[in-house]
Structure formats: C-alpha cells, structure tokens
Design a protein around this ligand. Structure first.
Ligand code: BDP
Length: 691
C-alpha cells in the first residue's frame, strides 16, 4: 500500500460489523444531477462498495429501508418535504439524520447547497470508516470559517519551495490540455475536509501566472476542482504591471497601474468566472510591494481589492513582512506595520498572519496581531509543510501545534479572547474569515512525503472547518481511517502523535530557543551561524548565547516586544517556561522550574527529545500487526532517520552552547559524540525544498 488513497481508503470493514452497516446503507439516492451531486453519488458508490464489499443499489427514490438520501430542498422534493432545520447550517453545512419516509427507514444527508450535500456525503462515509453507529444519526455541522485555503508554494517549473514530497502536482507544461486525474483525487481529499479553495502558485510569485496562457491553465484546474466546491486563487506579483503590462511603475496611486489591475481582473474573471481572488506577499524578503513607492500595505491591497470587488473576489494580503533595514527586533515588525493600518483596508481584504511573529518555528508565542485589529479581519496562516520541523522524515503531528496557537488567549477583550475567536470572526463580528495552510502536497505517491504528514494536511483542513476542534479527536479520526480502528492501534498511535510536537521542540529548540536551524535549506542544527546576508537570518541573532548567558530580552529592559500583547497575555507568555529564552535573557546558572540550572535543563530537554523519539520507534514496532508492510516499513525507516537526526540536533546544540556555558553536562548525560568543529563541518548543499 503506497498511501495514495490517503484517509479515503474504504477498505472492507470487519465481518462482525459489516452486517449492521449493510443494513444501514443499502441504496444510494442522490436527488439532483449537478456535477457536485454526481460527485457525491460517485463518492458514496466508491466508498460503500469498498467498505461493504459490494456496490450499493443506486436509485432515483428510496425503494427500501437503509436508503441514503442526498440532496438539497431545491434538488430533492423528498428532502424539501422533511422540513429539516437547514437554516442552522448556512451555505456549506449539512445535516445527517435518520428519518422515516414513505414507511421506510432512511438516512438523509441534506444541505442548502450541493457542496454542503457533498460535504455531508463525505462525513457519512467517515462515520462508517470510523465505525460510528448509524441507527439514530443526528449530525448538524457547518464550517465556522469562510475561506479555507491551501497555499501552494509551487513554482511554474514545478519546484516546490519548502516542499519535501516531490514536485508540484500542477503540471503547467501539460495544462490545460492534459488534466492529470490526480487533480480529481486532490479535490476529493480536500472536499472530504471542507477545504474550499487553493492558491495554485508560490507567494514568491512570477508575473507569468497572470498571463493569458497561464490563466487558461489555471482555468483547467478550476474546472476540475469546481464540482468539489474548491475555488482557485492566484498569488499576484505586485510588479506585474511592469513585467507583463509594459508600464514603468507599479505604484498603486498611478492611474495606469490601477487600470492594469482592473483590466487584468476582468480578464481573469472572463477566463475563470468563479476565481477566488489574489494572495499577495509584498515588501517581504525582496518581493516588490507598495513600499517601493512609499505607499502603505493598505494602499497596495486596496488597489487589488477594488479590481476584484465587482466580481466578488477577495485579496489575502500577507503580514509576513520585514524591512530592508535591520530592525532592533525582527519579530516586532509585522505588528508595527499593520496595527496602524487597522481600519484602512477595503472590506474585501483579509490580512493573512502567520501563527507566530517570526516564521513557523517549532514553537512560537502567537502573533500579537491576533486580536489587535478590531476593524481588520485577519486570517491564520499555518505551515503544513514542515520546513522547520524536520521535513517529511520526522514524525510530528501538527494538529497539536495548530491547536496550541488557536487556543492561545489574546486577552484583547478580556479572558477567553482566543486566537480561534479572532479567526472565526466572533471576536469583532467579522464576516470575512479565513485560514490558510501552506501545503505539503507534491507528486510523491503518498502526496505528503510521508504517511504521517498526511495527518497534517488532514488536521489543517479539520481545524479550518472548526478552529475549536480538538486536535486529539482529529488525530483519532485520521488514524482510524488511515490505518485501523483497533483500539490497540488507535490509542498508542494517537498518544504518540500528540506527544510528537513537544518532542521535536525538545530536540530542536527547547525552552523558547528559536531559529537555530541550518542556513538557507533549514535542514539540521546550525546555532553557530553568524553570517547569512543579514543579521536577523542568523541563529546567533536569536539565541544570543555568550559566556554570561543566553536568550533574547524582549521585556521592558530589552526590545519590549512583550508590550505588543495585551498586558495579561504578555504576563502569561512571559511567565511560561516554554517561552523562556524567547522573552528573557538568563544566566547559565539561573534556576528553572525543575530546580535545575538553565544549562542543565537545556541538556535534559535535548536528551529527553532524543529518548522520546526512541520511544516512538518502540511504539511503532508494536503496531506491526495492524499495518500493511509497505506503510509499516516506511514509517519505521523514517523514525530511524528521525532518531539519528534528533541525536544530531542534541549533540550539535549541546556542543555549541557548552562552548559558552563552559559547564559540564549533568551527571549521567553522555557528551556529544563529536567535537563542535565536526558538527560545523557538516554541509548539505543539496537539501530539498530550498527557496
Ligand atoms: C519562510 C520560507 C520562505 C518563504 C517565506 C514566506 O523560508 O521560503 O518564502 O517563509 O512565508 O519561512 O514567504
């Protein structure tokens, strides 16, 4: 089994349960014939055939007990007659309910829209895949967030920036004439989670994506995704008016520039009538932007927003910015630039903010922008591809990471002002809401680079649907569908997934350390790097280790980044030892909560990280009876890589920090296998996924 089927495996269910499910799903009745409803019917067919061992009957109306009736009040007179409380589920939600009709027991999958019905069909199959009873079903569910998009950092030459699972699935060369069947499977997988959009090209964008030939290619992708409720978006290069418009400037106040974007938007909507809108990375890491013309981010965003507004499009404008000049503290910049712009954005602009103020590190406190812009909707940007968490060979379940960020309390409107409430719009009553996940998808047969990385795509999608969902429940859902429903498998594997995030923090960046990975490729440890083009790209800028101590003072005595948070949130963040070296500069002999010194505690945590990976390997060995050989072996081999690399991280970091602390390791802790020079000498010029 190569993992291609993801969590939509639909393998035959155990004989002891099969009869009950066969009685509950005898017949598929999809009333309506739109492409979306046909997709729902096809999925139910495929799913029930696989799960129950034989294709279900397909009928126009229920002819027996156990019929599964799918549709909307508009498409199905039967569903209309049931008068379900569909007003509760909005345009994309659904109701799955056991009902009686014409003297027959049926299960109804109803929604206000065809896409809602498709989502419901997927949920119905998920219920069988996770062995939930179908006798008395009453599920009422709807997404809490409007824009649920993947961001592909895919280049037109198919190289994926920070991609660790092969090339881009978008075969721009063969599009639009050849539509790889994989696009349909991609759409199915996303629809099964409720992901309703995708940005096809890298935020480090080329203007070529906006030329007619590439728009035609994007339109072909849009055609495949449309029945599954997914819209296509594009990253827009801010200087496109110069590069493909023949203009001398991209100044947002220039009438010709504005006319260019207006005409471009009109053209796009002629080619892709339901185009979602633009994603923009501006004035960040060398990308062009309004700042090049001394205009604000709001002026830049509003120009594009005006162009797409007549067509119902939106602009997702990224807050991941930092200026050319070296600031006193890089992490303060997004807030400093965007907070003053609150209230200046058009209402079809949403500002896209990374979870933390730096850059997707293994652990960061939440970005202080969340909750700080009452007049500007913010969308969450998570990174699903594991650029800073061991690429695709380390098993790290990001659900736990995402949940930590979403549950964080901003205190901006008193206790309980969580990031999730900012994201779902409740905090300030915003209607435009969103969440983006930087995709980990590529041409690997298993899509994500490893089987367990599929769980990260899954968790992202489920949390975009409901930012308050439990990451443990999501992990369990995923594990049951992907591997086995046997509790002897589910419990230990879910436990392992849930711990895996803290484990990677332990062996990479314990106690609030950050950004100490290899320069450029971001593979492996390199805390010693002090030259990298600019100071805030170097690890030494962040950890500041010296013979006296370690850590970045972001309190009042230092950069005062802490003041960007609401006072109570700042207090809590600064007191949390998980963020110790993020917010504080400490002496090597200062005491931590365990009673150990900072130095000893670092060694203990690094060592613990390695031990935990060893434990993960043992757990997985015990799972052999529940998993097919192919997937078992790949996970086992990757865990061996992870253990080796965790040891490398530990040893290299301890060797390096010891050159400042000058203290011995605590008793019983083995010294690094090699000296510091050895670790410094390791180079990986061809690590995958570079920018
Ligand atoms: C950084 C990545 C870089 C991306 C950038 C971004 O290293 O490749 O272009 O984020 O989010 O983490 O724009």
């Amino acid at each position: 089994d190569d993992g291609y089927d993801l969590w939509l495996r639909y393998r035959p269910i155990e004989a002891r349960y099969a009869d009950a499910y066969r009685t509950a799903a005898t017949e598929v009745v999809v009333q309506g014939s739109s492409p979306t409803l046909l997709a729902a019917r096809a999925e139910l067919n495929r799913g029930l055939s696989g799960l129950l061992g034989a294709a279900p009957l397909v009928s126009a109306a229920p002819t027996r007990d156990g019929a599964v009736v799918v549709g909307t009040p508009a498409s199905s007179p039967l569903i209309a007659s049931l008068r379900l409380p569909l007003d509760k589920v909005g345009p994309e939600g659904f109701i799955i309910r056991s009902a009686q009709t014409g003297g027959r027991r049926v299960t109804v999958v109803a929604a206000n829209s065809d896409v809602g019905a498709l989502y419901g069909a997927f949920r119905f199959l998920q219920m069988i895949q996770t062995r939930q009873p179908l006798e008395r079903v009453d599920v009422v569910d709807a997404p809490k967030v409007k824009i649920r998009v993947l961001n592909h950092w895919d280049n037109l030459d198919r190289h994926v920036e920070r991609g660790y699972s092969g090339q881009s699935i978008w075969d721009w060369w063969r599009l639009p004439d050849y539509k790889d069947p994989r696009y349909t499977d991609y759409a199915r997988a996303n629809a099964s989670l409720g992901i309703n959009g995708t940005v096809l090209n890298n935020v480090n964008a080329k203007a070529d994506s906006l030329t007619e030939p590439y728009l035609r290619k994007a339109a072909a992708v849009a055609d495949v995704l449309r029945p599954y409720g997914m819209k296509v978006y594009l990253s827009a290069r801010f200087s496109a008016p110069i590069e493909i418009g023949g203009l001398k400037t991209a100044d947002p106040q220039d009438p010709q520039v504005r006319a260019f974007w207006k005409a471009k938007a009109d053209e796009i909507y002629r080619i892709i009538p339901d185009f979602g809108g633009f994603l923009v990375k501006a004035n960040s890491e060398g990308q062009p932007g309004p700042g090049d013309y001394k205009r604000s981010h709001a002026e830049g965003a509003n120009m594009l927003a005006e162009a797409v507004a007549p067509h119902g499009g939106i602009v997702m404008w990224r807050a991941f910015v930092y200026s050319h000049e070296l600031p006193e503290d890089r992490i303060k910049q997004a807030y400093n630039e965007f907070k003053p712009l609150d209230g200046q954005f058009r209402d079809n602009v949403i500002v896209q903010v990374k979870n933390g103020p730096l850059d997707f590190q293994p652990r960061e406190p939440f970005s202080p922008l969340f909750g700080a812009t009452p007049k500007t909707p913010l969308m969450m940007e998570f990174q699903v591809t594991k650029e800073y968490l061991g690429f695709s060979t380390h098993l790290v379940y990001l659900g736990a990471y995402f949940e930590e960020a979403l549950k964080a309390d901003t205190w901006q409107k008193g206790k309980g002002s969580t990031v999730a409430k900012v994201v779902d719009g409740r905090m300030f009553g915003h209607r435009l809401t969103g969440m983006a996940g930087v995709a980990n998808i590529g041409t690997d047969r298993n899509w994500a680079g490893s089987i367990f990385d599929q769980a990260n795509w899954y968790a992202y999608g489920r949390l975009a649907w409901n930012p308050e969902a439990s990451s443990r429940a999501i992990a369990e859902e995923w594990a049951r569908q992907t591997f086995s429903n046997d509790p002897a498998f589910v419990t230990p594997v879910v436990d392992m997934m849930m711990k895996s995030r803290e484990t990677v923090v332990n062996y990479m960046t314990p106690l609030g350390l950050t950004h100490i990975m290899g320069t450029g490729h971001h593979y492996g440890p390199a805390p010693w790097v002090s030259e990298a083009g600019r100071a805030d790209w170097t690890p030494v800028y962040y950890h500041r280790a010296s013979p006296e101590g370690i850590g970045f003072d972001r309190m009042k005595t230092g950069s005062n980044a802490i003041a960007q948070y609401a006072p109570q949130a700042g207090k809590e963040l600064a007191a949390d030892e998980k963020n110790l070296l993020w917010f504080h500069r400490v002496k090597w002999d200062d005491k931590t909560q365990s009673g150990r010194t900072v130095w000893d505690e670092l060694v203990v945590r690094y060592t613990q990280g390695v031990q935990e990976v060893a434990q993960m390997r043992r757990t997985w060995e015990g799972m052999k009876p529940y998993v097919d050989a192919d997937r078992y072996e790949q996970v086992a081999d990757y865990l061996a890589i992870q253990e080796k690399e965790a040891q490398w991280w530990r040893d290299a970091c301890i060797a390096y920090f010891q050159s400042f602390s000058k203290r011995p390791l605590p008793a019983g802790y083995a010294p690094p296998a090699h000296d510091l020079e050895y670790y410094k000498s390791l180079e990986f010029p061809y690590a995958p996924g570079r920018g």
